[in-house]
Design a protein around this ligand. Sequence first.
Ligand code: 3HC
Length: 311
Amino acid sequence: ATEQGAESFERAIERDQRIEPRDWMPDAYRGTMVRQIAQHAHSEIIGMQPEGAWITRAPSLRRKAILLAKVQDEAGHGLYLYSAAETLGADRADLTDKLISGRQKYSSIFNYPTLTFADVGVIGWLVDGAAICNQVPLCRTSYGPYARAMIRICKEESFHQRQGYELLMTMMRGTPEQREMVQDAVDRWWWPSLMMFGPPDAESANTAQSMAWKIKRHTNDELRQRFVDMTVPQAEALGVRLPDPELRWNPERGHHDFGEVDWAEFRRVVGGGGPCNAERIAVRRAAHEEGAWVREAAAAYAAKQAARRDA
Ligand code: 3HC
């Protein structure tokens, strides 16, 4: 079966066909898919914290309602992705343990603080904008359940990005203090947003294999470049300056040249040394422990329902 399985797996990948849960797949493919999908799910759930901090402090009912909807969407994205990981045999409780104990990662971007309400707009514009750049190609990733989860997530992500950009447009038409708040948030979130795409291709342990298995359709550097090219005109329309003195259009390349990302900061934040890492994990751990009774109640109710059905 393995011989035959391996052949049909290779053929399916070659033909851009989806790999489905019951298909044979190399253990390493299963392993890297669980790794990426689980960490993507963890990112969505942890990502609820920075924005969630502003739900009770939103400046109007409209902004509060939009932010509430967005944070709820992130929770839903996490659930779709944990479900996709479960189709590979992963156990959701185990994945949560791995997140809380630091044995699995989540996106470095969520380890920065949200200091003013302008951060909510900049997260929508830049962080969700970067996520869209990264997630649209993932709609064509070779693993079926992951690709299908991405298709729905991308639809909701575009609302996230648009509401952020509209919030910033409103503030840029406001007082000088509001315009300064926006520029200050852009200065703090620009470089961490570029780090969301991962290390340079030359230092990426997983990219080559992920490209060969069509898990990734573009490399980290290609998507980072695409994000920069897409964002520069948006920054100009908004009237903000991106904090990179080397950023300029290069007609020969047909792309923007930009400065070097601070990879020491990237490694430090991924390694747990960012401004909010400890807090994000502590809040996630507390939510898990305080929520144990809800899980037990749901399990008891399900058992009772099952017993009634079988009676
Ligand atoms: N933060 C934390 N860890 C990161 C990272 C980041 N920004 N970038 C890379 N890493 C980790 C990788 O996970 C890998 O570690 P691991 O082997 O222990 O998993 C290591 O650094 C080397 O990076 P690689 O490039 O070799 O790893 P990948 O091939 O997995 O590429 C990735 C990294 C581009 C993030 C890829 O995993 C990916 O596309 N993941 C799916 C998208 C995702 O997770 N996005 C999170 C953004 S937040 C989000 O989408 C929520 C939205 O609502 C804002």
